[in-house]
Ligand binder design. Structure first.
Ligand SMILES: Nc1nc2c(c(=O)[nH]1)N[C@H]1C(S)=C(S)[C@@H](COP(=O)(O)OP(=O)(O)OC[C@H]3O[C@@H](n4cnc5c(=O)[nH]c(N)nc54)[C@H](O)[C@@H]3O)O[C@H]1N2
Ligand SMILES: Nc1nc2c(c(=O)[nH]1)N[C@H]1C(S)=C(S)[C@@H](COP(=O)(O)OP(=O)(O)OC[C@H]3O[C@@H](n4cnc5c(=O)[nH]c(N)nc54)[C@H](O)[C@@H]3O)O[C@H]1N2
Ligand code: SF4
Ligand SMILES: [Mo]
Length: 897
């Protein structure tokens, strides 16, 4: 009898900046089970729905197998030689600033460190920037202005010790779900804890809120200016803290004088009473946290918004104390690691400054490098402008998909088309950016890589490999080191990530002398064995220090020259992409619960793709009725720079005049649903972070002559053909087939012929015709391979049902009949999937609510929904509110999330 070999690997989730620890059980070296790591201080065993389904996304589908030059496979040696020599030629002819790296908060610290070292210390330019520019750069600049260093002064534990938790510009219920669950639990344990949610949209995060402030977009700085004035007017300042530990209070106070409660209420379009309750709660709570994210940062005045928040915490002394502080939450798994190693074009490394001569010398001596960058490089938007204008002639893009995520996609396409050399390192074989690559380099992805990441609370955790690299994929640090060596540089002879980490840790402590909080001296000199066994650890972690690891700004000593924090005088600014009579509506953008960014990973999971199956534009009922738009209608959103098409979702969770669209869909999944196309290239003047939460649009209803739902078996080779032969398309992946929702300006004259032509499938075709409704299907070797359903309005058919039919070895008569009449089996007509873990759909949940179950936990007991990762609990709570009240019943039991 053979026994199975069992083992356990502890790693860190691939997705958000919460940085949850993950336990992966291996059976005979194959991942067999994934769970939250019980002892990881970020999650203590919890995982959200994305983390829970990580194993679904390690597939060999759509992977880049070998390096390619101009779409021809080449050896690694050839590829790295080519990149090195082409970069070398351009640098020799045009200087180091003619090349650039555009990197990502999804690289590991070791990858990031090498990329930065190569660009700033060897090539000698600071043209390395990262997608964190679109994400964290305003938060970085805000902390730097106030504290003299980019240091987040809070820990997750603070969330459990606060009296007042303010979620501002964050939809943590969907974007940082494990932290949201920690907050929900803290609130249950401490009924006096209050939660305030500040967002122009009533999001799922508002489910926990004692107070919801539906703020006018872009006005957050005025809200916090008003708070500072309120604190001063009501003798709620911490005068000792201000005097002993802060500078420039007088000018900040002078700047907030116009911001009376009445003025703020007018400007932010908030109720005066609600506002004064919020201010008084902040003033009277012993502790308070402002938990902020993209609703603050992605703005042309994002840095000022951050400092307005920090000002209020400094003035009330509500920071560096348990349960208090201005807590910027990072988005990507290693956005923080990138900030540490210098992944931004305006920093050096290890929190050292690029325009400081001593810092330049320090880093150069440490690296013993031939050169060092002495001035800021091009920030992301400027970088792509410079590429378009021919000033930057070669760009190497690693771990990010700028054709989707940068604003004004049209201009990015122009830049990449004009660029002499575009190198892209990615795990996938196709995404919107790879279409422009001259050189494609296959990288290892999550589950294959070894290294470290730092989460939102400055905690460093190991990502460990659970499977072997796919095909010829290499780790990003190795690809970079190979190219560096071929460019003739010393200093890249690493054989293990542990060696890179050691050099990095030494740099943080080199000539530090307490001047920088970022200090990893306790981790210097670790053997590979120790590095491999490294437990999650928070910085600062200083060898032989009397303070415990993770404690920042001890004794309220900040990183400025005189050790004092700085108040910043803030004059609030409104967004720059203003509405007009031609473009009367505002478009906001953000995330949905089960998709990650440009869907290269989560889009592969049928489970994650069934929570929300298509892109949508949220519209307020008032605007919808004015424009004659109904729920589910296809609409086109047009801004000054671009346009998109998606289905309308009419909802009063928005303010009138405002719309919202998810960021995830792109050219791989839809003909025109990338919301980035609508935003102009306008950024915060200090941080360079683009304004991607606010642009002016108009909406037009769109109609086509004919609509078609096509389902194609996974193994068919006609997928690209289907989309290229329609005027509008949307793709949804399931396990056995893909669904295409198509539309045509001119009706297809002969549908059967069209299906046969574009699919190229030789099989048994049959059809059902009734007026304009037509259904076609094809069976090959006994199995269903192609289905088309045509109508003159857009009707979408349940993909789960058809997907199930695709899995059947032979369809029976009833199934064939049901296909032709488009009547799904009972189990597939249960509505939207709410609980992705147990696949619980909307209808049974609503039935249970109507039958009297009015508690989230009781729904869980009956139907299992919400009892695994808990990510759907806010939606369950909303369903209870909606359907219990719809029957005129009172909810007599408190809804606990
Ligand atoms: N499911 C999922 N989770 C993710 C990600 C993902 O792709 N999917 N991505 C990760 C990354 S990289 C990031 S950066 C984070 C982002 O995490 P969040 O910032 O929480 O997510 P967003 O949905 O981008 O935006 C948050 C909210 O800001 C609001 N907002 C817009 N304008 C304003 C404003 O002017 N003022 C205020 N107060 N609010 C405003 C929006 O309505 C939105 O609800 O999520 C991380 N987690
Ligand atoms: N309108 C609008 N635009 C936005 C935002 C918004 O809220 N609104 N949010 C912005 C924010 S906060 C962010 S963070 C960005 C995110 O935007 P992107 O960074 O462009 O999005 P991802 O889909 O995460 O792209 C990551 C790419 O790296 C690849 N990849 C994954 N792991 C690895 C690896 O280990 N190595 C390599 N080499 N490649 C890897 C993936 O396959 C994928 O192609 O979008 C920004 N854009
Ligand atoms: S909250 Fe979810 S996505 Fe974020 S790290 Fe944890 S499991 Fe991963
Ligand atoms: Mo982000």
């Amino acid at each position: 009898m053979t026994t199975l070999k069992e083992s356990l690997i502890q790693t860190t989730c691939a997705y958000c900046g919460v940085g949850c620890g993950v336990d992966v059980a291996l059976t005979d070296n194959q991942p067999s089970l994934l769970e939250g790591m019980p002892e990881h201080p970020a999650n203590y065993g919890r995982l959200c729905v994305k983390g829970t389904h990580l194993l679904d996304t390690i597939s060999n589908d759509n992977r880049l197998t070998a390096p390619e030059i101009n779409n021809k496979q080449v050896s690694w040696s050839e590829a790295s030689h080519y990149v090195a020599s082409e970069f070398g030629k351009i640098i020799a002819e045009h200087g180091p600033d003619a090349v650039a790296f555009y990197v990502s908060g999804q690289l590991l610290t070791e990858d990031y460190y090498i990329a930065n070292k190569l660009m700033k210390g060897y090539i000698g330019s600071a043209n390395i920037d990262t997608n964190s520019r679109l994400c964290m750069s305003s938060a970085v600049a805000g902390y730097k202005r106030a504290f003299g260093e980019d240091v987040v002064p809070c820990d997750y534990e603070d969330l459990e010790h606060t009296e007042l938790l303010i979620l501002i510009g964050s939809n943590a219920a969907w974007t940082h779900p494990v932290l949201y669950q920690r907050i929900a639990r803290a609130k249950r344990m401490n009924p006096n804890m209050k939660v305030v949610v500040i967002d122009p949209r009533r999001t799922d995060s508002a489910e926990l809120a004692d107070r919801f402030l539906q703020i006018k977009p872009g006005t957050d700085a005025a809200l916090y200016n008003g708070l500072l004035r309120y604190l001063a007017d009501n003798q709620q300042l911490d005068n000792d803290f201000i005097e002993q530990h802060c500078d420039d209070f007088a000018s900040a106070l002078a700047a907030v004088q116009p911001w009376t409660i009445a003025a703020v209420a007018r400007y932010c379009e908030l109720d005066t009473h609600l506002l004064s309750q919020f201010y008084s709660e902040f003033a009277n709570s012993a502790s308070a946290i402002s938990f902020y994210s993209m609703g603050i940062n992605q703005s042309t005045s994002g840095v000022d918004k951050c400092n307005a928040i920090i000002n209020a915490h400094l003035a009330s002394g509500k920071l560096l104390k348990k349960g208090s502080g201005p807590f910027s939450i990072t988005g990507q798994p290693n956005a923080m690691g990138g900030r540490e190693v210098g992944g931004l074009a305006n920093q050096l490394a290890a929190h050292l400054e690029i325009n400081n001569v001593q810092h330049q010398s320090l880093v150069k001596r440490f690296w013993q490098s031939p050169t060092i960058a002495t001035q800021e490089g091009a920030k992301a938007l400027d970088m792509f402008d410079a590429i378009r204008d021919g000033k930057i002639k070669a760009v190497w893009i690693m771990g990010t998909n700028p054709m989707v995520s940068l604003p004004n996609t049209h201009e990015i396409a122009k830049a990449l088309t004009a660029c002499e050399l575009v190198v892209v390192s990615d795990c996938v074989a196709s995404n919107d950016t790879l279409e422009y690559a001259h050189v494609k380099l296959p990288s290892t992805g999550w589950g294959e890589k070894e290294g470290t990441v730092t989460n939102s609370e400055r905690r460093i955790s190991r990502q460990r490999a659970i499977i072997a690299p796919f095909a010829e994929a290499k780790n990003d640090w190795q690809i970079l080191c190979d190219v560096a060596k071929k460019m003739g540089f010393n200093g890249f002879d690493f054989t293990q990530p542990s060696e890179i980490f050691d050099e990095w840790a030494r740099l943080t402590s080199f000539e530090n002398n307490g001047t920088r909080q970022l200090n990893l001296s306790a981790l210097v000199g670790m053997s590979t064995r120790k590095y491999n066994a490294l437990r999650p650890i928070q910085w600062p972690c200083i060898a032989n220090d009397s303070y415990q690891y993770g404690q920042v700004f001890s004794q309220n000593q900040f990183s400025t020259a005189n050790k004092k924090a700085r108040f910043i005088a803030i004059t609030p600014q409104l967004p720059k992409q203003v509405t007009s009579t031609e473009y009367p509506l505002v478009m906001n953008s953000g995330r949905i619960r089960d998709q990650w960014h440009t869907m290269t990973r989560t889009g592969k999971s049928a489970t994650l793709s069934s929570h929300i199956t298509r892109p949508y534009i949220e519209i307020h009922p008032q605007d919808a009725s004015q424009l004659g738009i109904n729920n589910d209608d296809l609409v086109q959103a047009i801004s000054k720079v671009g346009d998109v098409i998606a289905n309308a979702k009419v909802t009063d969770s928005l303010r009138a005049g405002e719309c919202f669209m998810p960021i995830h869909w792109n050219q791989q999944f839809a003909s025109s649903a990338n919301v980035g196309k609508l935003y102009a290239t306008i950024a915060d003047p200090i941080s360079g972070q683009p304004e991607t939460k606010f642009t002016a649009i108009k909406l037009l209803p769109v109609t086509f002559s004919q609509y078609m739902n096509v389902f194609v078996a996974k193994q068919c080779s006609c997928h690209a053909n289907v989309t290229s032969h329609s005027d509008y398309w949307l793709k949804v992946n399931a396990s056995n087939c893909s669904q295409y929702q198509l539309a045509f300006n001119d009706a297809v004259p002969d549908i059967l012929h069209w299906c046969q032509q574009i699919s190229g499938i030789k099989g048994q075709w049959s059809g059902f015709y009734e007026g304009t409704t037509q259904r076609i299907q094809c069976i090959a070797n006994g199995r269903l391979v192609f289905v088309a359903m045509i109508s003159d309005t857009q009707v979408t058919t349940s993909i789960e049902w058809i997907n199930h039919l695709f899995s059947e070895p032979a369809l029976n008569f009833t199934q064939l009949q049901s296909l032709l009449t488009a009547t799904p089996d009972e189990e597939f007509s249960q509505g939207r999937q709410i609980c992705s873990c147990f696949k619980v759909r909307e209808k049974p949940i609503i039935d249970a609510i109507k039958a009297g179950t009015h508690r989230v936990d009781e729904l869980g007991q009956q139907l299992k929904c919400g009892t695994n990762c808990g990510s759907c609990k806010t939606e369950l709570s909303q369903l209870i509110k909606r359907h219990a009240l719809a029957k005129g019943q009172q909810i007599d039991v408190l809804i606990t999330v």
